[in-house]
Write a protein that binds this ligand. Structure first.
Ligand SMILES: CC(C)(COP(=O)(O)OP(=O)(O)OC[C@H]1O[C@@H](n2cnc3c(N)ncnc32)[C@H](O)[C@@H]1OP(=O)(O)O)[C@@H](O)C(=O)NCCC(=O)NCCS
Length: 194
């Protein structure tokens, strides 16, 4: 039989546990700072570990984005960083102009933070900004068959488009991905039109 003090202590512990879970869910999306840039490789590497579950270890171990690209897109205003309550980067989205579209170059959420709405929130923040700037569509390339790729983007409103429909720049992009070992039969271009 539990005495009342033990029950109170257990209740207090349960409240504390749920409060700390609540805090772990907290995140903010903000503009990048110069000090964030070197930390984003770790975020990208951590995010890419999910590819091991699809036997794509080469992606989990592959190169991360060139910091020069990150700095360039940050300076252009096209890099968004998700941070935890300690202001540490836990996710990011970066893109640039491509043939009239806003094109997502990279979207990554660190492994321990996936599935908490951070990726969707990064896409929503980016969409709002680029739409206000006058962009009418957002594009990306991804794997057709992995649940956290094409089906994930489809839930957010993206749809697959034929690469030929998108023009030369996209054809070159898909060819370059194939040269870097991404099977073109499994890849697709997706687009969201506002
Ligand atoms: C793709 C990625 C950015 C998604 O970010 P995230 O913060 O985990 O996604 P969210 O929490 O916003 O996802 C919300 C929805 O997707 C679902 N989801 C998230 N991860 C999923 C997964 N691995 N498999 C299936 N569904 C998943 C959630 O269940 C949720 O669905 P609901 O709204 O119906 O409940 C993240 O998985 C990642 O960094 N992956 C590695 C890098 C990558 O693949 N980038 C995109 C390449 S183009």
């Amino acid at each position: 039989m539990l005495d009342s003090l033990t029950i109170l202590a257990m209740a207090a512990e349960a409240v504390q546990r749920s409060e700390s879970l609540e805090l772990e869910r907290e995140f903010t999306i903000r503009r990048p700072r110069t000090t964030d840039i070197p930390l984003l490789a770790q975020v990208e590497r951590s995010a890419a570990q999910i590819y091991r579950t699809a036997d794509l270890d080469s992606l989990a171990d592959g190169a991360t984005l060139d910091p020069y690209i990150l700095i360039t897109i940050a300076n252009a205003g096209y890099l968004w960083v998700a941070v935890n309550r300690f202001d540490q980067p836990i996710g990011f989205l970066g893109g640039n102009y491509l043939s009239g579209n806003f094109h997502i170059i990279e979207l990554s959420v660190a492994q321990d933070y996936q599935g908490r709405g951070i990726g969707s929130a990064l896409v929503a923040t980016m969409s709002q900004q680029v739409r206000q700037e006058g962009y009418r569509s957002i594009t990306l390339t991804t794997f057709k068959d992995l649940p956290w790729n094409a089906p994930w983007y489809a839930k957010l409103g993206f749809a697959e488009v034929k690469v030929q429909e998108m023009g030369k720049e996209f054809e070159k992009l898909v060819e370059s991905e194939a040269r870097h070992g991404l099977d073109p039969k499994r890849r697709c271009v997706m687009r969201m039109v506002f």
